[in-house]
Design a protein around this ligand. Structure first.
Ligand SMILES: [Zn+2]
Length: 726
């Protein structure tokens, strides 16, 4: 028996070794046998950057309404520092392929080559490079899902070209995104991304595909499998020139929120999917922390578009209104957008024909707008063009329809579907689905802790990108990612480097980047302090302090419904992270509200105070949201609650201390369930801490969000804190 198992073992080892050789070939999957090896090669001087796209996730639902509680806690600055762009926008057409292409290239749809999930190409190069049924002439309908169809340079290609030491990975739950980003531009025969991963489809499978659980309809991987692969590449690395290395840039797509939304609309199942995707993000952050990588980590938590509930199953093919003109055009459905292509773009009566088509489309009450790609002398000249009406869309390229028709909110089109009935309960494509998710999260204080708001002009249409230059767009991701590696944006990028989200000096030396606003500010980021429930007590996570120590006090603020005089129940002087049992030293620890006050040493021998509020209920602590925010280089330098509790039988008001970098207007609002239940507002000087006081009258007991909105130089920033009315 012994002999036989030895032989089996030897055979198994040989087989594994052979497998490892096969799998270690460039482009092949990482050998599982190497998983036990010590950590992968990793240059600690390089950042670890992750672009995580949660397909179709609406940021308002995920963050503001708390459906993604872990992400919301990161946005509140708990264990992270985060810039949250509340009014970020995706690009038109508001679909997966155009927006992921924008993320990777920084180019809008008029130059990226990918204006929709389905579109048509007329040019010879496009016919050759974009997959589709060849047609003798006229528009060739294509999904565009080929690396050669993307005209703009991706960050994978740009990094391979300018910074080949930066290791890159693309991990996609949708096979089509693997195809879109499998360029081989730098070294023919080798992918520009060092590692690619997408589920197999069983048909012309690329070498990077993996057999993982997929949904049987669309063949998309589940979010769990996608995150399994992200975790694996971080912990064991990806093969680059025969060596396992940890990726520095990882671009990820999680498809499940989108799939759920298409089938059910943006209702409770969609929100459940957001919550499940959130657990995947939490798995990731926990592993980064466990591996000691969190301090180097920057995550762009984003989505390509949101989802509109479109349950009405009635026929709605716009082409049915075109009469005899229908034969002259190709109508391509993109959810709540139709792109109409002339079969002959050079026909002499093109202007009159397009004018008739536009008029016919507008007779349908579900149509919001119908706009020309080019000026039309037969119908208003420049007046009804994409560029004139929506200059922020940057949509009027060669591959866009000659007429672009959008559906009103909660409507969809059914062109090209039998009897014109689009069965999906959720659709996107039109501008009502442009509001996406966009937060930049960092573990080591690289990112400024802030929430940036904007003026929204039309809450149904979200066509306000140009009115809000301080907000982010999908095209900003690639330039910012490249900047984090000290490189210029990809060649066709139109977006900007999001300097305001990062500590000043982050992009110093990057060609073409002016690293202000607030470029004069040289203050260090506030040191991070982690406070988490552990058993009956609390776990305190301290930054690296060297030989210095932090002083920490746990101070009781209330007992039951009574505000009590502040009373210190425990006090510590420590140099490293530690756990407190929850037992009082100076006084009994009872249920109520507490603050943790920490004096943390910083460079130059000074200390900085951090304040964290916690609640104790039924003998256990729980975190209760931020009681202070610090951003030394932000417009709101400090926002802090004097105490995290107010009211009580005495009706004590809530005191908020606010320090702005420059003179500005501050409004403090108490918000519960989306309603403002208390407020105050005034102008405050720059550089000094001003106290604003909000009355407790009219506020019912319970938790409230404290929104501190500051307007300095016409730019508004919102900072959120949390308080409890007793
Ligand atoms: Zn999508």
């Amino acid at each position: 028996v012994f002999r036989r198992s030895r032989a089996l073992l030897a055979a198994a080892v040989l087989a594994l070794a052979a497998l490892a050789v096969v799998l270690a070939a460039p482009g092949g999957p990482a050998p599982p046998a190497v998983a036990q090896a010590p950590g992968p090669q990793d240059d600690p001087a390089l950042p670890l950057v992750y672009v995580m796209s949660f397909d179709a996730q609406d940021g308002d639902r995920a963050i503001d309404q708390g459906r993604a509680p872990f992400l919301a806690s990161l946005v509140r600055g708990e264990g992270a520092s985060t810039t949250y762009y509340r009014d970020s926008r995706g690009i038109m057409v508001s679909e997966t392929n155009p927006n992921h292409t924008a993320m990777a290239t920084g180019a809008y749809a008029d130059r990226s080559g990918i204006p929709g999930n389905t579109f048509a190409v007329s040019d010879a190069a496009g016919r050759e490079s974009c997959p589709g049924d060849p047609t003798p002439d006229g528009p060739q309908v294509t999904s565009g899902e080929a690396a050669t169809c993307v005209l703009a340079e991706t960050f994978f290609t740009a990094l391979k070209r300018t910074a080949p030491d930066v290791v890159t990975a693309g991990i996609f739950g949708k096979p089509k995104l693997g195809r879109l980003f499998s360029q081989q531009r730098v070294t023919p025969g080798t992918y520009d991304a060092d590692h690619l991963w997408a589920p197999c489809e069983g048909d012309n499978d690329p070498p990077y595909c993996r057999t993982v659980p997929v949904d049987p309809v669309q063949n998309y991987a589940r979010d769990t499998s996608v995150m399994d692969e992200v975790l694996r590449t971080v912990s064991t690395g990806v093969p680059v020139d025969g060596v396992l290395r940890r990726p520095n840039l990882t671009f990820v797509n999680f498809p499940t929120v989108d799939q759920t939304g298409h089938f059910t609309g943006a209702g409770s199942a969609y929100e459940d999917a957001i919550a499940m995707a959130d657990q995947q993000l939490q798995r990731f952050v926990e592993q980064q922390r466990r591996l000691g990588l969190w301090e180097r980590t920057v995550i762009f938590v984003t989505s390509d578009h949101s989802m509109d509930t479109t349950t009405s199953p009635q026929p709605n093919a716009i082409s049915s209104r075109f009469g005899a003109d229908a034969d002259a055009v190709e109508v391509i459905l993109n959810g709540s957008v139709n792109m109409v292509y002339l079969k002959d773009r050079d026909r002499p009566d093109r202007d009159a024909l397009l004018a008739r088509l536009r008029a016919a489309a507008l007779t349908n009450p579900t149509v919001d707008e119908a706009l020309f790609r080019r000026p039309n002398p037969a119908d208003g000249g420049e007046q009804h063009t994409l560029d004139a009406v929506h200059p922020g869309w940057h949509l009027a390229g060669e591959r866009t329809g000659d007429l672009v028709i959008t559906a009103r909110p909660s409507q969809k089109f059914g062109d090209g579907i039998p009897v014109g009935i689009n069965p999906l309960s959720g659709n996107h494509g039109a501008p009502q689905t442009l509001d996406n998710t966009f937060a930049i999260v960092s573990g080591g204080g690289q990112v400024v802790q802030q929430a940036l708001s904007a003026t929204t002009t039309d809450p149904m249409r979200f066509d306000d990108t140009l009115a809000n230059p301080g907000q982010s767009e999908q095209v900003d991701i690639a330039p910012t990612v490249m900047g984090l590696f000290g490189q210029r944006p990809p060649a066709q990028a139109a977006g900007r480097v999001l300097t305001e989200a990062f500590r000043p000096g982050t992009f110093a030396g990057v060609p073409g980047v002016d690293d202000g606003p607030g470029g004069a500010c040289t203050a260090a980021a506030p040191p991070a302090l982690g406070v988490r429930p552990r058993g009956a007590g609390l776990r305190f996570t301290l930054p690296a302090l060297g030989s210095r120590t932090a002083r920490i006090a746990v101070v009781r603020q209330s007992a039951g419904r009574r505000l009590t005089a502040p009373r210190t129940v425990a006090r510590f002087t420590r140099g490293t992270s530690f756990t407190w049992s929850g037992r009082g030293q100076a006084a009994r620890v009872t249920d109520g509200t507490y603050v943790v006050r920490a004096q943390l040493p910083v460079a130059s021998g000074r200390t900085v105070e951090r304040v964290v509020a916690v609640e104790r209920r039924d003998g256990r602590f729980r975190t209760s949201g931020a009681a202070e925010r610090r951003a030394p280089c932000g417009p709101v330098v400090l926002a802090r609650l004097a105490r995290p509790v107010f009211g009580g039988p005495q009706g004590r008001p809530l005191d908020v201390g606010v320090r702005l970098a420059a003179r500005g207007r501050v409004r403090v609002e108490l918000v519960r369930g989306g309603r403002v239940v208390g407020r105050t507002e005034r102008t405050v000087p720059g550089g000094k801490t001003a106290r604003l006081r909000v009355a407790a009258r009219g506020v019912r007991p319970g938790a409230v969000e404290v929104r501190v909105r500051a307007t300095v130089d016409g730019r508004s920033t919102t900072v959120r804190l949390r308080a409890r009315r007793l």
